[in-house]
Write a protein that binds this ligand. Structure first.
Ligand SMILES: Cc1ncc(COP(=O)(O)O)c(C=O)c1O
Length: 371
């Protein structure tokens, strides 16, 4: 059997990409605000239903530019249950990440636990819509407004996700997206910042291009976060296919749910009412006492059979050497996140995962990996 990886990137038909390449070769305009770059940003804004998008070379650089654009300092309240880029971006910006526990059902930042962590040094809240589950925005925005904090969403997982018909990328002061190869929508590598404020968009675009305002004026210590015409053109083409890809992922998620619901010791997540999901991940929770073997045993048995599930997000970011000495990282202060990190397993999901292959994975889970 060929190895089954946790995901597999969707690529558009190669023949359809050739005309884009021909145009780039003809124009010899390779980067720096090219035609495809402008077209892609505007097409993305239309697709996402937001005002402004700034396309970045990856999600991490978008996070770093966003922290600069918001002029954050001091402490930033965030979740430990995320990919380490969220925490690193805060740290590399010179801020201290303050870890807050998560909700047991959506695994997103628990707003009821945020206020107790606010100090005079707090400048922002940085939640993550983990697995594409939208955070409890109303409550988080209320807290941000009450305490005069910025709200910067790590929206790496929510491409195309809507709540009550509105893109969740509209929430807060800024949202950051990732178009990494493993994401629902990829441009090989890539990311974006989303804002509805034109002055903020302008500032972000200066920061993305070394801080240049014009040929002779540098307004800020900016980075090189801009993207070339190749990936911009590819992104434009990818947008035509993304709805179809999400529809196929939905079928895969439904097939898993139909067969794994009710397996003792395995918890499967349901769609959240009012949310249009993108099915980027298929997380299950393993309760070893009921299931019979623990999460890591299941992970190992799947791996031995060539099925590469992932323990996203284990260990918690608060456990990594840079952060584990922080007071907010102390054991027992993040009980829901700690329990979730011990039980979570993301099963393979992507648009091309056929039912036969999926049934092999399902049978492995239902038989505790003893097929
Ligand atoms: C939650 C989260 N934040 C940030 C990132 C970083 O994005 P990128 O890999 O595009 O730099 C990722 C994914 O890689 C992610 O999953």
């Amino acid at each position: 059997m060929k190895p089954i990886y946790v995901t597999s990137p969707s690529l558009p038909p190669l023949a359809e990409f050739i005309p884009y390449l021909e145009k780039i070769w003809e124009s010899k305009w390779l980067t720096n605000n090219g035609q495809f770059n402008k077209q892609f940003e505007s097409a993305l804004a239309d697709y996402l239903g937001v005002k402004y998008v700034s396309y970045f070379t990856n999600g991490m650089s978008a996070l770093q530019a966003g922290l600069h654009a918001l002029r954050l300092s001091g402490e930033v309240i965030t979740t430990p249950f995320t990919f380490v880029a969220t925490t690193h971006a805060i740290h590399l910006h010179g801020c201290t990440p303050v870890f807050c526990d998560i909700e047991p059902d959506t695994f997103t930042l628990d707003p009821d636990k945020v206020e107790a962590l606010i100090t005079p040094r707090t400048t922002a809240i940085m939640p993550v819509h983990v697995y594409g589950n939208p955070c409890n925005h109303e409550q988080l925005q209320r807290i941000a407004d009450t305490y005069g904090l910025k709200l910067f969403y790590d929206a790496a997982h929510v491409f195309g996700v809507k709540k009550d018909g509105v893109s969740v990328c509209n929430w807060g002061d800024l949202s950051m997206l990732s178009f990494h190869a493993t994401k629902v929508f990829n441009t090989f590598e890539g990311g974006a910042l989303v804002t509805n404020d034109s002055a903020m968009k302008q500032r972000i675009d200066y920061l993305r291009n070394f801080g240049f305002k014009d040929e002779v004026t540098v307004v800020a210590p900016g980075m090189n976060g801009k993207v070339d015409e190749l990936r911009s053109a590819y992104g434009l083409l990818q947008l035509k296919y993304v709805d179809g890809e999400i529809a196929k992922r939905k079928k895969v998620a439904e097939h898993y749910r139909n067969h794994l619901q009710g397996v003792p010791g395995i918890k499967v997540l349901e769609d959240i009412p009012g949310v249009q999901h993108n099915y980027g991940y298929f997380p299950i929770l393993v309760d070893g006492k009921i299931y019979g073997i623990c999460r890591d045993q299941l992970y190992d048995r799947l791996k031995a059979a060539g099925i590469f599930s992932r323990r996203y997000f284990y260990p918690l970011c608060s456990q990594f050497s840079t952060y584990r000495g922080l007071p907010s990282a102390a054991a027992g202060r993040l009980p829901v996140a700690e329990a979730t990190a011990r039980a979570i397993l993301c099963l393979p999901i992507h648009a091309e995962l056929d039912e036969n292959t999926q049934d092999i994975i399902i049978n492995m889970v239902t038989s505790k990996g003893q097929l």
